[in-house]
Design a protein around this ligand. Structure first.
Ligand SMILES: C[S@@+](CC[C@H](N)C(=O)[O-])C[C@H]1O[C@@H](n2cnc3c(N)ncnc32)[C@H](O)[C@@H]1O
Length: 306
C-alpha cells in the first residue's frame, strides 16, 4: 500500500509551503505525540478542525438527516457528532489512534447522539466507504492523493466529499470557500461515463443507430457522437453525480446549433431526454447502453485492497 510513515510525513510537512499555520501546528503536534509515546503509525497528526470550519464543511456538503457522514481520521469526533446533533445525520468516525476513539465515544455520549454515530479504530486506507453519502477529510495533500483512487473506486456517484485545507491534485474542486483562515474544498463524485455507448432512435429511414464515445478526466469528459455515417464532436460535457449532459452541434437554418442531451447514469445505462437548441424538449427520450469492456477507471490504483 506504500503508506506514508512518520519520517516521510515530517519531510512532507516541511515541504508543504501551503500548509501555513495549520501545517506548523500539525508538525509540532506530531512531534509532541511521539514524545508522549503516541501511536507512530499515523499518517497525519491530530489537529482538530475549528467549529466554524466544521459548520462550513457540513453546509457545503448540504448534510441533512438522510446522510451517512464518514470522517476519515475523526480526531475527537466533532465532525460526525455535529452532523448528527445539528443536522440529524448518521455518522461513522474512523481513527487509528485508540485515544481519539475513546474521546469521540465520550463526546458522542455527552452530545446524546450515540444512537446515530459509530466510532471505529481502523486504518482509513482499509475502511469500506461504499455506504457513505458524505466523506469529510482533514488529512494532508499526499494522503488525499493516495486516498483518491479509493474514493473513485468505492463512492457512489453523487457522494459529496469535503476536505479541510487540502485539495485533490488534478481532481479540481467543484467549489472552494475560505473561512477563518482555512480553505474548504468540495467535490461531488462524478459517475464514470467513459467508454462506448450505443442506442437507436427513429430516423429518416426507420431506425438510426447512435454511437457515443467518451473519454473522462475526473468530472470532465470529451468525445464524439456518430449517427449513421456522420461523426461530430460533442461539446460542453457536464458530469455532476449521476447526471450527464452534452451538446451535439447540428446544422439548423444555416447556423451551427446544438441539441442538448441530458441523462442519468445508472451503471452501464443512461436514460434521458433531448432538448432542442432553443431549450424546449424535443420530445424524444434516449436510452444508451455501454459495452462494459470499454469503461476505463477514472482514477485507478492496482494496489487498492477493495
Ligand atoms: C488532522 S486530524 C483531523 C481530526 C478531525 N477529522 C477534525 O477535522 O477535527 C487527523 C486525524 O487522523 C488520524 N489518522 C492519522 N492517520 C490515520 C490512518 N491511517 N487511519 C485512520 N486515522 C488516521 C489521526 O489520529 C488524527 O486524529
Amino acid at each position: 500500500m506504500g503508506k506514508i510513515r512518520t519520517g516521510r510525513l515530517i519531510a512532507l510537512l516541511i515541504m508543504c509551503a501551503g500548509i501555513s499555520a495549520a501545517g506548523v501546528s500539525l508538525h509540532g503536534l506530531l512531534d509532541r505525540a511521539h514524545a508522549l509515546g503516541g501511536p507512530d503509525d499515523l499518517d497525519v497528526p491530530y489537529v482538530p478542525t475549528p467549529e466554524s470550519v466544521v459548520e462550513k464543511m457540513l453546509d457545503m456538503a448540504d448534510v441533512t438527516g438522510s446522510d451517512l457522514v464518514y470522517d476519515l481520521g475523526c480526531g475527537d469526533g466533532r465532525i460526525v457528532i455535529t452532523a448528527a446533533s445539528q443536522r440529524g445525520a448518521r455518522g461513522v468516525g474512523i481513527d487509528l489512534d485508540p485515544e481519539r476513539i475513546r474521546e469521540s465515544k465520550e463526546n458522542a455520549r455527552k452530545a446524546r447522539v450515540t444512537d446515530r454515530v459509530t466510532f471505529v479504530r481502523q486504518d482509513l486506507y482499509t475502511t469500506d466507504l461504499r455506504d457513505a453519502t458524505v466523506v469529510t477529510l482533514y488529512l494532508l495533500p499526499s494522503v488525499n492523493l493516495e486516498l483518491r483512487p479509493k474514493l473513485f473506486k468505492e463512492l457512489k456517484p453523487g457522494t459529496r466529499v469535503v476536505s479541510h485545507d487540502f485539495d485533490m491534485g488534478e481532481w479540481a474542486a467543484d467549489q472552494t470557500v475560505e473561512v477563518d483562515g482555512s480553505i474548504v474544498y468540495f467535490w461531488v463524485m462524478p459517475a464514470n461515463v467513459s467508454g462506448t455507448w450505443e442506442w437507436t432512435m427513429p430516423g429518416g429511414a426507420g431506425k438510426e443507430r447512435f454511437v457515443l464515445r467518451l473519454e473522462q478526466e475526473f468530472q470532465n469528459a470529451r468525445g464524439t457522437l456518430t449517427a449513421g455515417s456522420s461523426k461530430t464532436p460533442v461539446r460542453d460535457v457536464r458530469i455532476s453525480g449521476d447526471q450527464v449532459s452534452f451538446t451535439v452541434d447540428q446544422a439548423a437554418g444555416g447556423k451551427a446549433a446544438g441539441a442538448r442531451y441530458e441523462g442519468r447514469v445508472n451503471g452501464n445505462t443512461i436514460e434521458g431526454v433531448i432538448h432542442n437548441p432553443d431549450g424546449s424538449p424535443e420530445g424524444k427520450g434516449w436510452t444508451a447502453r455501454r459495452d462494459p469492456s470499454t469503461m476505463v477507471p477514472v482514477d485507478s490504483s492496482d494496489e487498492l485492497p477493495l
